[in-house]
Design a protein around this ligand. Structure first.
Ligand code: SAM
Length: 192
């Protein structure tokens, strides 16, 4: 439990801790330095499964090493490919998908998530979610590419049927320098 509500990373973590149960199947759509992947692997336990995607070899290799050091290898499947191809690798329904967008901290700022592929990945992820499953998306509006990506994501999320999805936006409105934004999407059973 975090001490202060002062950044969206903590809020996303708190949601994952509350939401994820032992045995769940979850996806880290942007593995990066592997912090979320490790947390997810701990939360799903021995019977659970974590799929992780990243387009960068370094991200996959470094995270593989951390997973091995934490004896979590058997429940984690790391895939070096774009998350827009998620449907080619996952053929079961999942409980949660997390997207921490932008570039790899400490890595090249040229390798960054892009609006077009991100929205495709979001559409496919919503298809893969179980009823009551959840999507968490952190966008970084402090850089240009991130602003464009956030705008496209927001447009897409605004178009979702409210009977089928609960969509919540967490945004710090009094922090300087365009802090990241967190979107949380919960899939409902369709009530007709
Ligand atoms: C902000 S970092 C993720 C941080 C990570 N969640 C952590 O806990 O350390 C964003 C990552 O997205 C990756 N990425 C960029 N485009 C991608 C794509 N199309 N599919 C999957 N990963 C992508 C980058 O290589 C980078 O490692």
């Amino acid at each position: 439990m975090y001490k202060y509500i002062n950044n969206v990373t903590n809020i996303a973590k708190e949601i994952m801790v509350k939401k994820i149960k032992l045995g769940n199947v979850v996806v880290d759509a942007t593995v990066g330095n592997g912090h979320d992947t490790i947390l997810l692997a701990e939360l799903v336990g021995q019977e659970g499964k974590v799929y992780g995607f990243d387009i960068q070899e370094t991200a996959i290799n470094n995270t593989n090493q951390k997973i091995a050091e934490n004896s979590l290898t058997e429940r984690v499947y790391l895939i070096k490919d774009s998350h827009e191809n998620i449907d080619q690798y996952i053929s079961e329904l999942v409980d949660l998908v997390i997207f921490n967008l932008g570039y790899l901290p400490g890595g090249s700022h040229d390798i960054v998530t892009k609006a077009e592929s991100t929205v495709i990945a979001l559409e496919k992820s919503l298809e893969l979610l179980k009823d009551n499953g959840m999507l968490l998306i952190t966008t970084y509006v402090g850089h240009n590419e991130g602003k464009i990506e956030d705008k496209r994501i927001k447009e897409y999320l605004l178009s979702l049927n409210q009977k089928k999805f609960n969509v919540l936006k967490y945004e710090f409105i009094n922090q300087i320098n365009n802090p990241p934004i967190l979107y949380c999407v919960e899939k409902n059973k369709l009530i007709t």
